[in-house]
Design a protein around this ligand. Structure first.
Ligand code: FE2
Ligand code: FE2
Length: 186
């Protein structure tokens, strides 16, 4: 069976978007669910691809960011001490399934064309981080502000800053990656 090409869009399907609800504690649950998914599943998988493709430094970057996603969940959990295990969001379950679907194909593709999978994973990571930093989490912060919950707003702002930094790190890593690919073919 021919190995199917993996597109950026297919990798982007592995991103789960946290959902805003009227009820702030449900917004918080969705946030924690997504951040813990990124920490436990999505970024470790990207790190595994990078490692397999022969880019251990990139694998370390994915693992470092994974660790910070965990921290984001920890910061918010401090405000919602009763939370426990958040319900698995629909979008998170869909993302888990999407990742499972491409996993075998990815392994085969990495064996044939490692650079292509790694470059796409980096581009998707940038999209994920920018979407959180510029759109999703600023809305959560504003919801908290509108309800006069300054502590939660402060946490969401800290997360926005951190996701922006993640986007910058991934941009820099992509630039390096593309520059060394160009140097190799020059
Ligand atoms: Fe995060
Ligand atoms: Fe992030």
């Amino acid at each position: 069976m021919a190995t199917q090409e993996i597109t950026e869009d297919m990798i982007f399907q592995c991103f789960a978007a946290a959902q805003q609800s009227q009820d702030m504690s449900r917004t918080a649950e969705s946030f924690v669910d997504v951040e813990e998914y990124e920490n436990q599943v999505m970024y470790p998988e990207f790190a595994r691809w990078a490692e397999k493709a022969g880019y251990p430094r990139l694998a370390s970057l994915f693992r470092k960011v994974a660790g910070e996603e965990k921290l984001h969940a920890v910061w918010l959990r401090e405000l919602y001490t009763e939370m426990g295990v958040p319900g698995r969001g629909e979008d998170t379950q869909r993302a888990i399934d999407a990742l499972e679907t491409i996993r075998a194909n990815c392994d085969a593709l990495i064996a044939m064309n490692p650079d292509s999978v790694v470059e796409k994973a980096l581009k998707v990571a940038i999209m994920v981080e920018e979407r959180e930093a510029l759109s999703i989490y600023p809305q959560f912060r504003d919801q908290a502000l509108a309800e006069g919950d300054e502590r939660a707003a402060g946490v969401y702002q800290k997360v926005v800053d951190s996701e922006s930094q993640h986007a910058q790190w991934f941009h820099a890593a992509l630039n390096d990656f593309q520059a060394s690919a160009r140097a190799a073919t020059a």
